[in-house]
Design a protein around this ligand. Structure first.
Ligand code: NAG
Ligand code: FE2
Length: 447
């Protein structure tokens, strides 16, 4: 073969590699830069004992918001708010809690639920009547389109910081986090530094989170109760007080819950990978009740679920760790025609085609692993070879995802790699609603 022919063949081969047809499994060749240091935000130097710190908000029903914050010393659990900067005609006083963890004593952890609030509206607020810090958030829209940011395994490193900068620059309504928040790993002051790190974003948009293995923090004899810090600091809407009569039934546990956005057009189910999920467990029974109450034919155009340990994963890291939960719950999600399942845990990005029971299935969920927020453990770079056909795209880089539900049939999923300091779209796909696919119509009585 002549040199020229060789060259042509090489170019052909190279172009096929860089532009694969959509159906081909792709392992990205991106070479990532080195790890970054853990950040140090151990002190809030400008704070006195009553200064609100670590402020974050979460949705409660269709038109309320829970404001959570911490003060070093006693302070009123009061949120004052209104729609004009510096004017606070409304005021709600909530509750305060604390926890101890071995020798650590938490600050005063306050929360208050405010509302009813108007959709798509900016509210200004302050906490504990402290005039030195003013906050604002925008309420989510009551109709589609609706924009989610999804990011897991965030941690608090230089990479976390760049991920957060990219998220801050995005226009979004609600952030979803499938577990592993602070990587405090028993050192409770790290929960405080994490709270400070995320507060600029989490005080401005609802952060709806579920827990990962790093939230367990059980210690033999000393701390037998799991999720102590997580439950105290990241209370999500799960009980009767948080629900209206039309809402899905409350779960009764902070470790799993669900909520609606966009007037019920999107139903989000947050599951707990590290609490009982077997048939007959509280979580399993609640999940069945919850999904049975979702009206796919009228209201809920999309249903998505979040878990921590992925049910589908072709990374060598954490292989098989989600299998037991998948065995218990995959059919329940499938029968309800859940459109997508987002997981964390594996520190890499991976997107699967629609799958059920290990095989391609046009009525199964799209599975995405998005455990690449930026934590201190680094990336999971070893993938199983060859890439199984159900895995459509995988790459071990830090980044975040965005899901824009544009209308009742179409949602655009985009993965933004931290291409060092700028976010670069490295994967993108349209997810179409299974409720709008006649071939996937199910008879609800089967549930
Ligand atoms: C929904 O959005 C998709 C993608 O932009 C578009 O192709 C489709 O026509 C839209 N459907 C309706 C009913 O507007
Ligand atoms: Fe994890």
């Amino acid at each position: 073969m002549g040199n020229m022919a060789c060259l042509v063949l090489l170019i052909l081969a190279a172009s096929t590699l860089s532009l694969p047809p959509a159906s081909l499994a792709v392992t990205s060749p991106y070479v990532r830069p080195p790890p970054r240091e853990t950040l140090s935000l151990l002190q809030d130097d400008d704070a006195d004992g009553q200064t609100p710190q670590q402020v974050h908000i979460s949705m409660v029903g269709p038109d309320k918001m829970r404001v959570s914050w911490i003060t070093d010393d006693d302070a009123p659990a009061t949120v004052e708010y209104g729609t004009t900067y510096g004017q606070y005609p409304f005021s709600v006083t909530g509750t305060t809690t604390t926890y101890k963890y071995v020798l650590y004593r938490s600050g005063k952890i306050h929360d208050a639920v405010i509302g009813p609030l108007q959709p798509s509206t900016t509210y200004y607020y302050r906490c504990s009547s402290d005039p030195s810090r003013e906050f604002s958030f925008r309420t989510p829209p009551a109709t589609l389109p609706f924009k989610f940011v999804i990011v897991g395994d965030l941690g608090q490193t230089g990479w976390t910081e760049s991920t957060l900068q990219h998220i801050a620059a995005a226009d979004y309504d609600v952030l979803l986090l499938p577990g592993d928040l602070s990587y405090a790993d028993f050192i409770q002051t790290r929960w405080d530094s994490y709270g400070r790190l995320v507060s600029p974003l989490a005080s401005a948009r609802p952060w709806m989170v579920t827990q990962g293995n790093h939230e367990i923090e059980k210690l033999p004899v000393l701390e037998p109760k799991p999720f102590k810090a997580y439950n105290a600091r990241w209370r999500m809407p799960y009980d009767d007080a948080d629900h209206h009569s039309h809402s899905p039934p409350p779960s009764g546990s902070n470790l799993f819950y669900s909520f609606d956005v966009a007037g019920g057009a999107v139903h989000v189910v947050m599951l707990g990978s590290y609490t009982d999920f077997a048939a007959g467990s509280a979580q399993y029974n609640w999940l069945r009740r919850d999904l049975a109450a979702v009206d796919r034919s009228q209201t809920a155009a999309f249903v998505v679920a979040l878990v921590h340990a992925p049910w589908y994963n072709t990374n060598v890291a954490h292989k098989g760790e989600g299998d037991a939960m998948r065995g218990a719950m995959e059919e329940v999600l499938y029968e309800a025609r859940v459109d997508a399942v987002f997981a964390g845990h594996v520190h890499a990005y991976e997107r699967f085609q629609r799958v059920y029971d290990g095989k391609p299935d046009p009525c199964g969920p799209v599975y995405v692993t998005i455990g690449d927020g930026g934590n201190r453990e680094g990336l999971a770079e070893k993938f199983v070879d060859p890439q199984p056909a159900i895995s459509e795209f995988r790459e071990a880089s830090f980044g975040h995802g965005r899901m824009e539900v544009v209308n009742a049939t179409h949602a655009l999923w985009t993965w933004h790699r931290n291409d060092d300091d700028v976010p670069v779209v490295a994967d993108q796909v349209w997810i179409t609603s299974l409720a709008a696919n006649p071939a996937c119509n199910t008879n609800k009585n089967k549930m």
